[in-house]
Write a protein that binds this ligand. Sequence first.
Ligand code: NAI
Ligand code: MG
Length: 353
Amino acid sequence: MTRTIAVIPGDGIGPEVVASARTVLDALDRRHGLDLGYETFDWSCRRYAETGAMMPADGLETLSRFDAILLGAVGWPGVPDHVSLWGLLIPIRRAFRQYVNLRPIRVFDGVGSPLRTAEPGAVDLVVVRENVEGEYSEIGGRLNRGFPDEFAVQESVFTRAGVTRIADYAFELARGRRGYVTSATKSNGIVHTLPFWDEVVAERAERFPDVRWDQEHIDALAAKIVLQPDRFDVVVASNLFGDILSDLAAAVAGSIGVAPSANIDPTGTHPSMFEPVHGSAPDIAGRGLANPVGTLWSCVLMLERLGHEKAAAELMTAITTTLRDPRTRTPDVGGSASTADVTAALVELVAGG
Ligand code: NAI
Ligand code: MG
């Protein structure tokens, strides 16, 4: 059965890294008979500038027919970032109930971490970020605009169902890894939502007696990820905490250019979306310098999710191999290769492997 992927290259380096990914996926497909079909959509800030909308009115309906979504990056100077975010990414995450945002981080051999303590191979953690509720809610408002007593209120939303399912996902994931979950909290300062988060996580933990777990306040946790990144396995966090921790962890790994992410609807009712963590990088767009690894690692997560574990593992091995050699690394990770050079090396590795 052909599985179909909606491809949204987006803006800036988005089309460059997505083209690289398509080339490598095609090589994998030839070898493994993955039977993947693609359709490409030009939804982007460019489209917004021309039509006033990031995507057509029936965009979500169109996407719902696909098995997965592969996204490059959106955002361009001149279009406010909240337009690109709320006009495309957030509607997709929410309409398709992609309540898990998965962000794995590794320190690769060859890619220097800015931390002395981060040994290649030793740092291997996954941030499991709650992706549809929490602090990123539209509930709230602003009153008395322009007056001295102007104020803004924004509510956080934590539901039992929402915390339960993200905790379960994290514990389940840890089972297949090193069996250790850290829950990010701040229940000493935020006195309603986060004690509730703690309670529900503790309740769910009881169902996973084989998984070790503890909780850390977000401030202390941020410090520990810097000081001892190899201590962590799965870190589960609310929407805001997870957003911050995953960028922090990506920085520990050496470059935002290698960091992948998956927005997953674990029920499989809706398509999941795979995208690099980085943005459209206007400063290097069009120069052939973009690191395609973040997108390709996202493709590894996509292939796993589509049931192509063997192809996924081969692609991950090929990525690790290219990162070891400066001739097949882009400048952001201390190499001299172009996007095309890295792509060619990966094609050769997955075709010959
Ligand atoms: P950015 O991630 O685009 O760039 C930050 C820095 O990292 C830049 O110096 C860039 O050159 C470098 N970089 C990023 N990806 C790279 C790669 N693959 N290879 C080599 N170097 C890379 O973040 P920035 O500059 O804050 O945002 C630029 C635009 O992207 C904005 O419009 C922003 O809203 C958007 N954005 C979109 C995201 C998405 O589509 N999911 C995520 C983050 C930002
Ligand atoms: Mg972020």
